[in-house]
Design a protein around this ligand. Sequence first.
Ligand SMILES: Cc1cc2nc3c(=O)[nH]c(=O)nc-3n(C[C@H](O)[C@H](O)[C@H](O)COP(=O)(O)OP(=O)(O)OC[C@H]3O[C@@H](n4cnc5c(N)ncnc54)[C@H](O)[C@@H]3O)c2cc1C
Length: 323
Amino acid sequence: MARIVVLGAGIGGVPMAYEMKELVKNNHEVTVISDSPTFHFVPSNPWVPPKWRKPEDLKIELAPVFKKKGIQFIQKAATRVDPENNKVHLADDTAVDYDYLVIATGPRLAFDEVPGLGPEGYTTSVCHVDHAALAAKDWEAFMEDPGPIVVGAVQGASCFGPAYEYLMILETELRKRKIRDKVPMTFVTSEPYIGHLGLGGVGDTKGLLESALRDKSIKWITNAKVDKIEDGMMYVTEVDDSGNEKQKHEVPFKHSMMLPAFTGIDAVRNAGVEGLTNPRGFVIVDEHQRNPTFKNIYSVGVCVALPPVEKPLFLWVHLKPAI
Ligand SMILES: Cc1cc2nc3c(=O)[nH]c(=O)nc-3n(C[C@H](O)[C@H](O)[C@H](O)COP(=O)(O)OP(=O)(O)OC[C@H]3O[C@@H](n4cnc5c(N)ncnc54)[C@H](O)[C@@H]3O)c2cc1C
């Protein structure tokens, strides 16, 4: 009997464990390791700050559902993947042995790459449900004393959709509350143009999103490198296509949500072996989602190294070609 371990229980890990159990039935053992007792439906996080959803609405207790499916569940944080010895080391100094490992740990949120960025700095985040809950508190305070809003994604970010989504959610909420005219809104993004989305655009997203922003009187700065963020002020350098400085901006805000760059999580990027990850800590996989060096390791979700879809534009492409 083989032991198949799925590391991470998010949008990648949970379906992976369900599908695997369905496939191997009781012939092999399926174990999930997650640092959180609950599954979180990440795409709904942007609805939490304006109270369109409560954080509890986005969470499901994992232990009962895994028990029902016959999947073992270890609710502990992994500290290091050890592919040479087929072990996952855990925060309580124990280790789990595996025959096959599926890494589904999502991203590490690299707030540390921009001074003042993130929930421990001056901007909010919707990348994790707990961050969204904090952003809801910030939004409550903002409602008492509204002012300018800045939303966007910093240099190195690869996921831009949620920034546009959050921008439109806030714009709608402000109109519902009949205070839109009191709130200047600016979208600050490292994308080379509005609607690029890190994908070179999808259909006519350039035209559609530019038009939507214009229609809603939302200003934007593209090719933006956020130098630092202080209480109520974002310092931005707009660059040209070669990366040379074009213009400096100081953008004031009373509420801001900026998406950070992602890396692989520490337990994976600090594994200390060649061939598992790229320099940003994303897991290298082939066309079968399998690591070419450690052939009993697979990976799914945001933690996978993806090659850029267009010629590298230096601000948004951070995922070095995997292989
Ligand atoms: C706000 C937002 C909205 C999005 N909306 C969409 C959308 O509409 N459509 C879309 O296709 N994509 C969307 N995405 C992108 C993507 O689908 C989600 O980020 C998705 O959650 C990624 O799934 P994942 O399983 O890779 O990572 P996650 O869902 O983040 O899961 C990672 C799991 O690993 C666990 N973990 C992390 N570190 C450890 C550790 N050290 N030890 C043990 N466990 C660990 C976590 O607790 C979690 O269970 C969105 C992203 C964001 C941030």
